[in-house]
Design a protein. Structure first.
Lengths: 331, 316, 271
């Protein structure tokens, strides 16, 4: 079943088209990412789902029921806020039990459910503390418990890991993923971090200028970017200009080529081209070698075990034809 | 769990509160209007209405024979403001307000600067309360305290006598304009009490303006070779200026309209406030009283407009 | 202003700041001294002797008690009205952006930005125009008008600190507008309102200029003091009342400071 459906949804703020005719269908039980730079419309889409914003035009359904015009407090959808938005005057347990309290669940029952939710996010016994006494990572877990205790049909997460440090972020990525699997709830999260989207999501929608540029699995988005924007934004792909692509014997259009798919020297079945080395940088497991070839700059990943060519040297590089991905004409 | 439901859209809560909540959520402008109506009725209609009614009266005149108000539009009342005895009152008040503001700024600045830059922890609190308590103390009690201090038999005379400096006080009191038969019935006395009562209003805005200045700006100026006077002139003073202007709105306005201080401590010559009080009370000349009140309103209007251009409201 | 180095202030600045604070406080301390003087007819310094008898005399003065009672009642009602109006205004101004926000702030500040005598005479002539006789309520009307700004300033400062996402979080979790107000907004702005209310009470309790125009024949405590100042009848009683008034106004100020000390300190500045 479709959890969230957008049909030609637009949200304009004055002259700014924050969300511009978006069509979207997110399946039940999916872990869905909305990826894009700030101002691309991804957060507005999330707020449209939560009910904090209303569409200027278009139609939104949540599990088949019309959602536009329905206030946030009547949607069975909960949000984990970017700044967590924990209530500073309430204890952790009261924070988690809040949703049940306002829905009229009895005290004993809601406190028990809140305790269980805290245990689920590995914070048992923290209930008596105040939000100010917790670390960033712990607050994030409380925010998660506070949303999940309501058993929402859709959980929205706004940059859920943005405020955490790298190590904690990796750990939380795995926990979120397994939590989503075990609960079976549809998770929709917003992020500007492509690594986060690629590693967690079942499907990704890449946003730019209020429109979805590409919608697909992480592998599709990464390997076969549809537009130059997606190729640029998702990872560090080489975007090759049309005349260079044509000179290699392909059609006359922009194309993307991953640096790790390019090797030094020729090989059987590989397309060769030559270029002059303009920069090299050491990245630990590999060296990144940038060459200038027929007016285009191309980066290649050279394993650290191989010798690094000197700057100004002319080298031959090659790739497999299937790794080059030609893109739509749109920018 | 009873709260768990399978639908994605929950039913509206029963009763009027649920319907009303949904209504306000859909029509935030109506909620805004409802919130603004009571304060706007009170301040906009009752208060501003009274003010405009008063201003309107300044365009009427009083019949010299019957003492009744003549409800015909005229500028005669304003012309009366310009006759020497009335114009003197205006001039005296404005000069006094300007001097009080200037002196308040000079006395307030070191306190605000110290509190903003050097006071930390406990001392910050002491400075803050040290300003707030006198600021909020009873106005009349403060005036009364100075009546005790400035009285002929009071502490100032006593202290100067102990120091054998009574001749200095006598010399000062024998001066024209600022002197008088005692401090409590001289312009000097009025001036001191005005400063005492209104100066605290200057400290907090200056402090607020200085709090926003990074300490390293001062060090940068010193580092670039500025001596303390230059640092003050080119760095500190311009940055504190919005605060000084914000504070001066209070000191200037409050001095302009005060009629109690000059009545209790001062010579018998009138200030605007006293003139208004006398005209509306004993003289019963409401139009002239109204015309007198227009003077501080116009002056403060100009002042606020200027202050706004200087960005002083951010320091309030 | 923050300086990373722990520099110490120049001596001249220390002296100027210290002298300024002393100038503010010594006259008030003097009031305390005079409350105990045995001298009845003049303001002689140093007092020729000290006595507690004037406290007993003051205690038995019905006119002082009557004035005090009226002042307390006026301040309580004015504060209640100012709390409602000031909070509504602050909520409207800080929750939504709308045309005319600046005008509303200006309108709220106007009653204290304009000299009190203007507010007073405007209200007085409006009362006489509308043929409203002076009463308890005419005093309250004037007081509530200039008390709104104190509540408003405190409430606006606190609303700014309550982040918008708290309200969204509450609605997201299923609380409607009324529940959000009761469980989230009110607890978060409560102390600021209490502080604003205390300051408004102090402001009203102390006000004299507007009151002289709106009181008619009634005496609030400041009016009583003003009469004593203009035509002294029993100076020692005035001394005692002055001291009591100072002590009474310190309580709400300290209370308001205590309630707002983390963060919005300057809120009380706009008296």
């Amino acid at each position: 079943m479709t959890a969230v459906l957008f049909q030609q949804v637009s949200r304009h703020f004055g002259a700014v088209r924050a969300v511009d005719s978006v069509d979207l269908a997110i399946a039940e039980g999916e872990f869905f990412a909305m990826l894009g730079p700030s101002g691309s419309g991804k957060t507005t889409c999330l707020r449209l789902m939560a009910g904090f914003e209303q569409p200027t035009s278009g139609h939104i359904e949540i599990f088949g029921e019309t959602a536009e015009g329905v206030p946030p407090y009547r949607r069975n959808v909960n949000t984990v806020f970017q700044d967590y938005a924990l209530f500073p005057h309430l204890s952790i347990l009261e924070n988690v039990a809040y949703g049940l309290m306002v829905k009229g669940v009895g005290k004993a029952e809601r406190l028990k459910a809140a305790e269980e939710a805290l245990a689920m996010v590995k914070l048992p016994g923290y209930g008596t503390r105040r939000p100010g006494q917790l670390s960033g990572g712990q607050r994030q877990r409380v925010a998660l418990a506070r949303a999940l205790v309501n058993r929402p049909r859709v959980l929205l997460l706004d940059e859920p890991l943005g405020a955490l440090d790298l190590k904690l972020r990796e750990q939380m990525q795995e926990e979120l993923k397994s939590l989503q699997k075990s609960l079976g709830i549809t998770f929709i999260f917003v992020t500007h971090d492509q690594g986060e989207a690629l590693s967690m999501a079942d499907r990704i929608a890449v946003f730019n200028d209020g429109k979805i540029q590409q919608l697909g699995t992480p592998e599709e988005v990464y390997k076969r970017p549809k537009t130059r924007f997606v190729a640029d934004f998702v990872g560090s792909s080489n975007v090759l200009p049309p005349d260079f692509v044509a000179s290699l014997g392909f059609g006359n259009s922009h194309a993307s080529l991953r640096p790790e798919d390019i090797t030094l020297g020729e090989g059987p079945g590989r397309k060769p081209f030559s270029g002059r080395v303009v920069a090299t940088s050491f990245l630990g497991a590999a060296n990144r070698v940038t060459v200038e070839a027929a007016g285009a700059r191309v980066a290649a990943m050279v394993p650290a075990s191989l010798a690094v060519p000197a700057q100004g040297e002319t080298v031959t590089l090659s790739f497999l034809a299937e790794d080059l991905h030609q893109m739509d004409a749109t920018p | 769990m009873s709260a768990v439901v399978d639908t994605s859209i929950l039913a509206r809560r029963e009763g009027a509160s649920g319907r009303l909540s949904d209504f306000f959520w859909r029509n935030p402008k109506i909620l805004l209007l409802l919130m603004l109506t009571p304060p706007l009725l009170w301040l906009g209609v009752i208060y501003l209405g009274s003010l405009f009614a008063l201003l309107l009266q300044s365009f009427f005149s009083i019949d010299d024979f019957s003492g009744l108000i003549n409800y015909e539009f005229t500028l005669a009342t304003y012309r009366q403001l310009l006759i020497p005895s009335n114009f003197d009152i205006i001039l005296r008040t404005v000069v006094m307000a300007a001097l009080v503001t200037l002196a308040s700024a000079i006395i307030a600045f070191p306190i605000a600067y110290y509190a903003a830059r050097y006071a930390k922890g406990k001392w910050k609190v002491i400075f803050y309360l040290g300003v707030m308590l006198p600021l909020w103390s009873s106005y009349l009690v403060k005036v009364y305290a100075w009546k005790l201090i400035l009285a002929k038999e009071g502490i100032i005379t006593w202290a100067l006598a102990k120091l054998n400096l009574l001749w200095l006080l006598e010399a000062w009191l024998s001066l024209p304009v600022v002197g008088g038969s005692s401090l409590s019935i001289s312009y000097t006395g009025t001036f001191i009490v005005f400063i005492y009562v209104w100066m605290p209003f200057m400290i907090l805005p200056i402090q607020a303006a200085l709090e926003r200045v990074q300490g390293n700006l001062i060090e940068a100026s010193a580092d670039l070779g500025g001596n303390p006077a230059q640092t003050f002139r080119y760095v500190l003073f311009p940055l504190a200026l919005p605060g000084i202007i914000a504070g001066s709105i209070f000191t200037f306005s409050l001095t302009l309209g005060d009629y109690i201080i000059p009545q209790i401590i001062g010579s018998s010559r009138l200030f605007i406030g006293q003139a208004v009080y006398a005209q509306q009370g004993t003289a019963g000349n409401i139009p002239l009283a109204a015309a007198f009140t227009v003077v501080p309103i116009v002056i403060m209007g100009l002042y606020l407009w200027m202050a706004k251009r200087q960005g002083a409201f951010d320091a309030l | 202003m923050r300086s990373d180095k722990n520099t110490s202030a120049p001596l001249g600045l220390k002296i100027a700041a210290g002298a300024g604070l002393a100038f503010l406080h010594l006259p008030i301390l003097l009031i305390f001294l005079y409350a105990f003087t045995t001298e009845e007819k003049s303001y002689q310094f140093p007092p020729p002797g000290y006595t507690l008898q004037w406290f007993a005399v003051t205690w038995n003065r019905p006119d002082v008690w009557a004035a005090m009672g009226l002042s307390v009642r006026v301040a309580a009602i004015s504060t209640a009205i100012a709390l409602v109006l000031g909070t509504l205004c602050a909520a409207a101004v800080s929750r939504t952006k709308f045309f005319g926000r600046e005008t509303i702030s200006l309108l709220v500040i106007l009653p204290i930005a304009l000299p009190g005598i203007i507010t007073g005479i405007a209200l007085r002539s409006a009362f006489s125009f509308a043929e409203i006789p002076f009463s308890f309520w005419t005093i309250v009307l004037g007081h509530a008008t200039f008390c709104v700004v104190v509540v408003y300033n405190n409430a606006v400062a606190r609303f700014r600190r309550v982040s918008g996402s708290l309200i969204e979080a509450s609605m997201d979790l299923g609380a409607d507008s009324f529940q959000t107000f009761r469980y989230i907004i009110l607890p978060n702005i409560g102390t600021a309102l209490l502080a604003g209310g205390m300051l408004a009470f102090a402001l009203s309790f102390d006000e004299v200029i507007v009151t002289t125009f709106t009181a008619g024949q009634q005496s609030t405590l400041p009016i009583w003091m003003l009469e004593e100042l203009v035509r002294p009848r029993q100076r020692p009683v005035t001394n005692v009342v002055a001291m009591v008034v100072v002590l009474l106004t310190f309580l709400p100020i300290l209370g308001a400071y205590y309630l707002t000390r983390d963060g919005d300190q300057v809120a009380g500045a706009g008296k």
